[in-house]
Write a protein that binds this ligand. Sequence first.
Ligand code: NI
Length: 137
Amino acid sequence: MIFITRRERFNAAHRLFRKDFSDEKNLEIFGKCSNPNWHGHNYELFVTIKGEIDPETGFLLNLKQLSKLIKDRVIEKIDHKNINIEVDFMEGKFASTEVLAVSIWDQIEADIRIYGAELHAVKLFESENNYAEYFGK
Ligand code: NI
């Protein structure tokens, strides 16, 4: 079994908040990410897939194919967008790094399987120091 990882980057705006909380309570719980007038992050996404090497190509999966899949299903929908209000796969969800990592997994998992590989991990950096990792359960 071999693992390969593709990195993609995007930037997006968000706000972490609950409508039923006051701005003060949101600030207390969600910190700076609850700013009522939004703010952005430069996200870094690492998608790791696993499987067997194809003896004909020496590849697990052509990384161009993987990159295109991530771009089509995730990056084009989220880059330079507001995660809370204009990203279809985040509709009605918290715009946290954790929820976003799980949602990105759901966007690409089935297609990677169709390509003959298996999704192993989605690692999403919201900042240099904070990231979430999801392994499918
Ligand atoms: Ni934030």
